[in-house]
Structure formats: C-alpha cells, structure tokens
Design a protein around this ligand. Structure first.
Ligand SMILES: [Mn+2]
Length: 316
C-alpha cells in the first residue's frame, strides 16, 4: 500500500486519511499506526471532540511529511499507516475506556507504536495503560493548559481532567519522570497541582516556560527522562485560543503554535513509545485553525519518532 500520490491527486482529493497514508484497519508490523479516537463523553465544558479525528484528517491532506527543517521525509524512514478509528460508544465512559484500552493493546501486540487522534483527553488513560503493558511505567511529556490530575467531578471518577491522576495511581506512569508544560489559568479546589507535585511530577507553568524558553525546557526534559520509554501527550489547548480556538476548555495566555512545535523537537532525542493529540473540537473551530495545528503536531511527532528510530532508540 502506498500513500496517495500528490503528483497525481490534488491534496483535497481522495478519501482523507491522516497525511494521505494508506488505510489499514488490521495493521501489523508497522512502526507507527495513526488511530482515531472519536469520543467526547469525558468533556466538562464544550463538547465536540468526537468530531476531532475527521477534522484533523481532512486538514492533513495539506501536509507532505517532508518539512524544510526536518531532513528526510518521515515516511522514507518509518512505516506508517492510518488504522482508522476505534469504534467507541458515545454513551458510557467505562465501556469506551475499556474498548479503547483493548484496541490500543491489540495494536501494540503487532506494531511498535501509535499516534492517537482525539477525542477528549480522558482516553489518554487507556493509551497509558496499553503502553505500560508493553514498556512498564512510562515517562510522560504532557503539553496542556491543565494538569489533568483532578479528582472526581459530579460523581464521575473518569473524565478529561483526570487521566494523569489515574495514570499515577494505577502505576502506569512514572511520576518522577513526568513533565507537564504550559499549565496555566484557573485551578479548581482541591488543588490538582498540589497532587501532581506531591507525586513528584515536574510542573512547568506557562509563566515558567516563558522564563526558561524552548532550549531550557528541552534540557529539563532530557535531564528528567533520558533514555526511558516516554509517552508524549499533547492537549491542543496548550496553545493559546488564538492558535487553537476549537477545543473543549480554552485557556488564554498560552503558547504559540511555533512554541508548541519547537518544544516537540526534542522528542527524537528521547525514546518515544507512543503519542496522542487530543481535544480538537471542530464545532468551535474557525477556518480549520485548530485542526491544522493538530495535524502539524501529529506530523512533527511522527518525524520525531523517525529520528529516534534511525538512532535505534525505540527498537523493540
Ligand atoms: Mn487535557
């Protein structure tokens, strides 16, 4: 199977898979499988992330996979396919979580890694469970406006503000090798940052990131994580609403799209084992601004995986 050839088909033509990758619903032996997780039953405010994967794929036809600053083409270095979507119930969080966990676990039986396109952030817990079964408790690079280590809200233990608290409590994350970047805005009580810091998570607020800069934050990540298996989770709301208006819980004062992409360029120096890009809600997007950014984040993560791959870092 080949990618759709842009020399033959214009980028807005043909059925939209992520970055025009071949669609393979039963992937095996791949380096990275792109997988959609259309679900928003965990949202606390604006809904609509269930439509995220389709919107991201739609915009991703524009992306070639050969970036000016990226060297060789990503897909000359690694074998990727679009695995389609996980069929998730729109109704029941526990069923959705279990379905996502099972699907991602099965993917990792036969493939090295996945890039999950959300969907709300609750399903990152299913992803963390799946990668931990392969690699043990993983280090995490988490870009987000929110720590997502909250307690239960409205009687619900599992929602998009909790995946990293459960990940820590279940032992699928190594909190001492976890860094959260871009945290800002308002914080309900009890204080989720107290929880995260109390477990040893390195929380880099947006103000601290502005002081430290991209290079300083790269050094911090490298120092903290080194060669340990690392999962990278990007909540698109880490970007300012000017750059990502189409999301569930926007928080002004955030990173630029350039800062988000620059931050991810250290991932190829690490040992990445899985990725997600979450919380795109096309209902609140304008001109595809948020979906275009999510697409570019996904492309950057695949390229960073390829960089790590050619150095032999993420070989099984
Ligand atoms: Mn989040």
């Amino acid at each position: 199977m080949e990618r759709v050839d842009t020399a033959i088909s214009p980028r807005y033509a043909q059925i939209p898979t992520f970055m025009r990758l071949p669609h393979d619903p039963n992937p095996s032996g791949r380096d990275v499988v792109v997988i959609g997780a259309p679900y928003d039953g965990g949202t606390s405010y604006r809904p609509g992330a269930r439509f995220g994967p389709r919107a991201i794929r739609n915009e991703s036809g524009l992306i070639h996979g050969v970036g000016i600053d990226r060297g060789p083409g990503t897909f000359e270095l690694i074998d990727c396919v679009d695995g389609g979507d996980i069929d998730l119930t729109p109704f029941n969080m526990h069923i959705a979580m279990e379905t996502a966990h099972r699907h991602l676990r099965d993917l990792l039986q036969d493939n090295a890694a996945f890039l999950m396109l959300g969907g709300d952030h609750s399903l990152t817990l299913a992803a963390l469970r799946a990668v931990a079964e392969q690699h043990g408790p993983v280090a995490v690079v988490h870009l987000d406006a929110h720590s997502d280590t909250n307690p239960a809200f409205y009687g619900g233990e599992f929602h998009h503000g909790t995946p990293f608290r459960h990940g820590i409590d279940e032992g699928v994350i190594d909190p001492a090798r976890t860094v959260q970047i871009g945290i800002r805005g308002h914080n309900p009580r009890p204080d989720s940052l107290d929880y995260a810091r109390g477990k040893g998570v390195r929380v880099v607020t947006t103000d601290e990131f502005v002081e430290t800069g991209v290079a300083g934050t790269h050094a911090l990540i490298q120092e903290l994580i080194g060669d340990r298996p690392v999962y990278v989770s990007v909540d698109v709301d880490v970007a300012d609403p000017a750059f990502a208006p189409g999301t569930g819980t926007p928080a002004p004062g955030g990173l630029s799209s350039r800062e988000v992409l620059a931050l991810l360029r250290c991932v190829g120096e690490l040992r990445p084992v899985g990725f997600d890009v979450m919380e795109v809600s096309p209902l609140y997007d304008h001109a595809g601004i948020t979906s275009v950014l999510a697409t570019e984040i996904g492309a950057e993560l695949l390229y960073q995986y390829a960089r790590a791959h050619i150095k032999g870092r993420n070989d099984a």
